[in-house]
Write a protein that binds this ligand. Sequence first.
Ligand SMILES: Cc1cc2nc3c(=O)[nH]c(=O)nc-3n(C[C@H](O)[C@H](O)[C@H](O)COP(=O)(O)O)c2cc1C
Length: 531
Amino acid sequence: MQENFRQFLDRLRQNGELVDLHQAVDIRHIATLVDQAKTALFFHNVIGYDMPVVSGIIRSRERAMMGLGAETYREIEDKLAAAIAKPIPPKHVKTSPTREVVMTGDEVDLYKIPIPMSSIYDGGPMITAGVVIARDPELGINSGIYRFIVKEKNLTGIDIVTPNNMRLFAQRAFERKEPLPISISIGTHPIEITGSGYRAPLGVDEMAIAGGLRGSPVELAPCSTIDLPYIADAEIVLEGEILPTGWTWPEGRFGEFTRLMGGLHWNPLVRIKAVSMRKDAIYYNLHMPWENTWLAAPTRYAAIRQALRTAGVQVKDINVTLGGCAFWHAVISIKKQPGEAKNALLAALSVMDLKHVVVVDDDIDIFDPMDVEWAIATRVQGDKDVMIVSNARAKPLDPSLPQGAGIVPTGAKVGIDATIPDGIPKEHYERITYAYAETAKIDDYANGKKDEAGKAAADDAEVAALAKDILAAIEKAPLYYTDIAEKFASYNFRTVARAIGHLHATEKLWQDPRGRMCVRGSQFAATPPKK
Ligand SMILES: Cc1cc2nc3c(=O)[nH]c(=O)nc-3n(C[C@H](O)[C@H](O)[C@H](O)COP(=O)(O)O)c2cc1C
């Protein structure tokens, strides 16, 4: 996929997924407008700024799929897995349109860029879509997305409280008492956002994963004040350095992927040394949490599928649910062999910070919450089917755990085996279905369809004659009542019911263990429970 950021915006526009607002809009209203909109929004006239703002471009499942060039949401996961297996290293180009306007030193003024605030208690205007590239002298190149709150015209914080690779790079520079140079590319295609958001192991270049996703190399161009590349297609690039201030400056709060307001963080400061941009740059404001969620979920799918593959479980489907913030919950349907649901739970719960996993049989629609709850209601015995593991690794952002500087909380992992228990007869799980569902259609009747009247018994003798025919039929093999009604459908139902009633009254009728009609005393007849 060769598409760049602007081409993606055009494609959204052509598909009715991006709406242009040309009237004056106060930047303070942007976050709530994006939150209310079904489409991405392009604000052409932001009061007090010369630059337009686009936001919400991957804030739905459909737009996330469009961004990654996928026909289905599942395909994003497949593309990511393929890109991880076959990364394509970036291509270095000399320069790019991002350098049409360059400001350095005193000219740097972040207040000229329309950086909106997002959630209500945010600590200030926040850069949310900056793809950060850094280099450690020994560990190599790393990239990721981290949020920056603007503090001064050339000073921000960087939110690296989570123990990720960028934090490690900054920690190592801090211990050397040196700043850590970083480039921050803003306004890049969803493919580069996805690649950098993927938590690759140390030494793996996330831009090469983005290349794998594209099927062609991501182009990188050199910064002017630091020895690092930026994404050549970016609208705006900030060149800066994480100062060796340590984790000493209050920052936040931040609206988190949990859909909750996180607490105050302690973070390092970032000095911005240069800003370069296109002449007509567009500022991309990534809207938390959903633009993050839709692109983060496929990485969980990939990890869960891998763990289940290792456990040798036959998986039908996985649903990393949105109620679980696309992070903490998974529902998995499997083709079960005895005991395998528990193995599946153990495997899935080993994945990252998954907290709660439900495993169901493959007849359950895991994308229908009612069906999943029904499986829990009808297939679970809490003392046998719920497993709880205490003190496992947990996500510090889990608000139900102790929080605070220096606290590394551990938490519980819970697995629910909502498959049909081993050893329970399948008949316990025969779903209600309706006779004639294939032929009697309400739309036809609403349009006036009529049924044939069927013969009515003229007298008791005729009922007795029909009863004899029915008896002959059930002598051969037991039949459900509906089967008898259908077999003798040339009579109306009342006549058939009277004939079966006649067999009952004359003590000829009985039922087999599955409830079918059979002849009393025959080999098929069910026996009453012993007293
Ligand atoms: C939109 C978006 C915003 C993010 N914001 C942050 C953040 O503020 N702090 C953070 O530590 N991780 C944040 N992340 C997650 C990291 O980018 C992600 O975990 C990345 O893989 C970390 O890479 P690293 O381990 O190479 O540093 C964000 C991800 C996305 C997609």
